[in-house]
Ligand binder design. Structure first.
Ligand SMILES: *[C@@H]1O[C@H](CO)[C@@H](O)[C@H](O)[C@H]1NC(C)=O
Ligand SMILES: *[C@@H]1O[C@H](CO)[C@@H](O)[C@H](O)[C@H]1NC(C)=O
Length: 195
């Protein structure tokens, strides 16, 4: 998701420094961090789509193939967020952390809790003086809702509660039984299919 940086954000660094190299200078650290945090926030915008996409995958090896880079990405975003070391060297997640993530990211529930965990971690690091603070808090709030909600497991809308899903499935099963039972009779019962 970090790769999908919008054009407006590619230009965003110019709001914070005259030249890209300036970010390496300690006296520009504050604007460098503001720019970094804006870039991380932009990447976070894609997390709800990531959750929606992953929740629709049904093949285990395809799921792992897609989920692993995404959990690595959110862990990396958390490691980079508001971190001055980004301008002094390479910031990477630890090898042990990467291995743990790879082993855990095998089902939607686990991926959601990893995303929830790193979103919380980023939330703890949002500074009161950060210019993108409001934007960051807003997207973290959306991510939090999506990553804690079991409804994300269904590809349907987020407002459908599990009770309604069960009721809908029961109704579907009963309708199917009814249609199956009346299959030998002339058509007309087919109208029952409408939900
Ligand atoms: C899952 O996808 C892989 C790769 O496309 C394929 O080799 C495998 O047969 C699929 N498994 C199932 C259960 O469909
Ligand atoms: C559906 O109807 C067929 C006969 O038309 C019957 O053999 C089958 O058991 C029925 N299935 C269910 C689930 O009711």
């Amino acid at each position: 998701m970090a790769a999908h940086v919008s054009d407006s954000v590619l230009q965003a660094w110019s709001q914070f420094a005259a030249r890209l190299e300036d970010f390496a200078h300690p006296q520009h650290l504050s604007s460098a961090l503001s720019c970094l945090n804006l870039l991380v926030t932009d990447a976070l915008r894609h997390v709800p789509d990531v959750i929606a996409y992953l929740s629709r995958l049904r093949n285990q090896s395809v799921f792992n193939f897609c989920a692993i880079p995404q959990v690595m990405a959110i862990a990396t975003l958390s490691a980079c967020y508001n971190n001055p070391q980004v301008f002094q060297g390479v910031v990477k997640i630890r090898k042990g952390q990467a291995v743990t993530l790879m082993m855990q990211a095998t089902n939607m529930g686990a991926v959601q809790s990893i995303i929830a965990q790193y979103s919380q971690e980023i939330l703890q690091k949002v500074s009161v003086t950060d210019p993108s603070r409001e934007k960051t808090l807003r997207i973290l709030n959306v991510i939090c809702e999506k990553s804690l909600s079991p409804a994300a497991l269904s590809s349907r809308a987020h407002h459908i509660s599990p009770v309604y899903v069960s009721a809908a499935m029961l109704l579907a099963a009963l309708s199917w039984q009814y249609l199956n039972a009346t299959a030998g009779q002339p058509p007309g019962g087919a109208d029952m299919q409408g939900h």
